[in-house]
Ligand binder design. Structure first.
Ligand code: 8OZ
Length: 372
């Protein structure tokens, strides 16, 4: 029987424990360039078995919120190198989350003020976060109407994932990458019937809707090596106005196709991201998903996320429900979360008002009982 505190090999990644820091958008990278403060923040949390960076745009078109970092310019890669160096110096491991938001964006965040792109011209019923450059004030704005990507543009998206994956490991010093295929962003938009109304090779059947995700994942595997690639999926989350008519066969197909790629891990958001784990109107069998992956030969770790507390995480690993548990908000307010969970210590409360944007307050000033 494994414990949450046992080491694990996830593809090429040797993790000292099974507690991951989930990707967390913090909007503290003005001009999309990672800062020294971000290096402090991540290195404070280096005792995590694995740090997953906040979502990081693979292209300007992939940006959907103010002050989120990118991975497509040399200044951005240099900024990340300082972050990864600080994490490694503190004894940690960090992968970056490769992110294309698709339709979840705003014209003010897009190149030349253009419309965001998506599988189809269907607006996302959600808001994005923009910052007024003159006043510095942030506010939530409805997303803009997207333009449907032409089929001949899709190789460019696949290429952008590949370039970002290669630059992440070769230049920015990351230990690997995680494709963000969750929460209603581009790859999830292509997967799901609520956002994908295409009638070409990328719409309609499950095989067609999964095509872009699989092409991007294979490209990242070719660029970084499968043992350094993970992927995040959210079968039933309603985040960013996304819905699929029949997610169980869709996601079982996806994981069966991922199985031969030798991924480091598959990361599943169970239920509604940051919300209820059970959605009566959207039932889903996660154990069946995991066994579909394993039965198809899928190796690497099975990572789960969403609303886990200490007892649930201990049970998840002991029972074999998961190999790794990712914690989000608890890592925001507890840089030494691993130590606190191991010793059963109380956790600091998080300050939601400081999640998005701002500086050190509510970011690098949470106290540790243990230096890390
Ligand atoms: C919260 C705020 C902005 C973005 C996600 C990247 O849901 C996000 C995100 C979360 O995956």
């Amino acid at each position: 029987m494994s414990s949450l505190f046992d080491p694990i090999q996830a593809g090429d990644l040797r993790l000292p424990n099974r507690i991951a820091m989930a990707p967390l958008t913090r909007n503290r990278a003005p001009g999309a360039v990672p800062t020294g403060l971000m290096a402090t923040y991540y290195s404070q949390r280096a005792s995590a078995g694995l740090l997953i960076s906040e979502g990081t745009a693979i292209s300007h078109q992939g940006q959907g919120y103010a002050h989120v970092p990118g991975l497509y310019g040399s200044e951005q890669l240099d900024g990340w190198k300082r972050v990864t160096d600080a994490v490694h110096a503190a004894g940690g491991r960090i992968v970056t989350q490769l992110w294309h938001v698709g339709r979840v964006s705003h014209t003010s965040l897009q190149p030349e003020g253009q419309a965001p792109v998506g599988p189809s011209a269907v607006v996302a019923k959600t808001k994005t976060y923009v910052i007024d450059e003159t006043t510095g004030q942030g506010r939530f704005e409805p997303t803009s109407m997207p333009r449907a990507l032409a089929q001949q543009e899709l190789p460019g998206i696949v290429h952008a994932f590949a370039v970002a994956a290669r630059n992440a490991v070769q230049t920015a010093g990351f230990d690997g990458v995680e494709l963000h295929a969750a929460n209603g962003y581009l790859l999830d938009q292509f997967l799901k019937t609520g956002a994908n109304l295409r009638d070409d090779d990328y719409g309609g059947s499950i095989e067609n809707r999964a095509r872009l995700l699989l092409e991007c994942t294979r490209a990242a595997v070719d660029a970084a090596g499968g043992g350094r690639v993970g992927i995040r999926l959210s079968p039933v989350t309603p985040a960013n106005g996304i819905v699929d008519a029949d997610p169980q066969p869709l996601f079982e197909y996806v994981v069966r196709q991922l199985a031969p790629l030798g991924l480091a891990y598959v990361h599943i958001i169970e239920g509604s991201t940051g919300g209820p784990r059970e959605l009566p109107e959207r039932p889903f069998d996660y154990a069946a998903l995991r066994s579909a992956y394993r039965m198809a030969g899928g190796q690497g770790a099975w990572m789960v996320n969403n609303g886990y507390d200490r007892d649930m995480a201990l049970r998840a690993v002991e029972s074999g429900h998961a190999d790794i548990v990712a914690f989000g908000k608890a890592f925001i307010s507890n840089p030494d979360l691993v130590h606190r969970l191991r010793d059963g210590l109380p956790l600091n409360a998080w300050d939601t008002s400081r999640f998005y944007g701002g500086g050190a307050e509510g970011y690098t000033d949470y106290p540790a009982v243990h230096p890390g």
